[in-house]
Write a protein that binds this ligand. Structure first.
Ligand code: GLU
Length: 331
């Protein structure tokens, strides 16, 4: 059975690009009679807010998209699973402590993707020897505070920040071949895209790559639908799945929703959430109808409910490229 998921980070309002991804993932699963789950990716403690996540769930429900798993999984409740995964990787000799600061990384970066803001980690700390302090990330489960941060040693005392080391996965060499449902066969060398990924951060938070891979595995996810901006990290996540002995889901990376002139929405995207659109007089069915049209489910953006799109959904009809929002929606 196909199991798909939508995994937003509760850092801000879901914009049209997020809603389009959610609908595509839901339609793909519903069309195949599978199971669809929502997962709240609030692992990045300081940037995530529970209330924002609740609002996101409300927007998805308003579109008719409900998780088949109840309650919804929040990553801030998953520290124990992430710690176990780190311990497994540590035992297999795949982890190393990294003491590079943001400034070190900026001065080390001379990589091909630096101009796009994606800088592969250059492997500066790869040869670093494992010391006592790194155990702070892996210490005994009973003594943990429970949240993504707040790691505590046996004594129950907070670990001083200088004693928490970041942890990275040592990637094996080589190109990863994977298939994108929309873009076809891919061959990526993760060393040139992300470099050795960060799995545990110096501020005590488990990192995105670890959480996403562990949870896709735990929830049995077989199909990942997400934005094209994450295509470049897929090979790295496949390597992490291999290291943890987890199966590989299939992937589809959707084009972005852009401004009417095709430019990136950037910060303007925040003003294109469901609530803002409805406040501007749009009907929810009009938003769903437009999203369905943009996914190739109907010939015109006629208003409709999400269920009405299921029968017409097919990955063969989903356009590969970006899609521009209607001028009238820009307010
Ligand atoms: N939580 C991530 C985001 O909102 C998505 C992760 C994923 O789909 O793999 O950007």
């Amino acid at each position: 059975m196909i199991i798909g998921r939508f995994a937003p980070s509760p850092t801000g309002v879901l914009h049209l690009g997020n809603l389009r991804t959610a609908l595509a993932s839901w339609l793909s699963v519903r069309a195949a009679g599978g199971r669809w789950v929502i997962r709240m990716e609030d692992v990045d403690g300081p940037r995530c807010h529970r209330e924002v996540g609740e609002l996101q769930l409300g927007d998805l429900a308003a579109l008719g998209l409900h998780s088949d798993e109840s309650p919804v999984l929040w990553q801030s409740d998953r520290s124990q699973a992430y710690r176990e995964a780190l311990a497994e990787l540590r035992a297999a000799g795949r982890l190393y402590p990294c003491t590079c600061t943001r400034r070190d990384l900026q001065s080390l970066a001379s990589a091909p993707h630096a101009e796009e803001g994606l800088r592969p980690y250059p492997g500066h700390c790869r040869t670093r020897i494992w010391g006592g302090a790194e155990a702070a990330a892996l210490g005994s489960p009973q003594s943990r505070a429970g949240g993504p941060g707040g790691l505590r040693p046996e004594s129950g005392q907070a670990v001083p920040p200088e004693d928490i080391a970041a942890l990275r996965l040592r990637l094996p060499r080589g190109v990863v071949a994977w298939a994108d449902r929309l873009r076809g066969p891919q061959a990526d060398d993760p060393a040139t895209l992300t470099g050795d990924p960060l799995l545990f951060r110096r501020d005590g938070c488990f990192a995105y790559h670890l959480a996403v891979v562990v949870d896709d595995g735990a929830q049995g996810v077989t199909e990942v639908v997400r934005g094209a901006d994450l295509a470049s990290v897929t090979a790295t996540q496949i390597r992490l799945q291999e290291a943890l002995g987890l199966p590989h889901p299939t992937y589809a990376h959707l084009g972005l929703v852009t401004a009417p002139d095709g430019s990136r929405l950037g910060k303007r995207a925040g003003a294109l959430g469901l609530e803002a659109l409805v406040a501007r007089g749009l009907d929810i069915d009009a938003v769903v109808g437009w999203l369905g049209w943009s996914l190739g489910c109907q010939a015109t953006p006629a208003p409709c409910r999400a269920e009405a799109l299921i029968a017409a959904f097919s990955w063969d009809r989903v356009p590969q490229g970006d899609v521009a929002i209607p001028v009238a929606w820009c307010g």
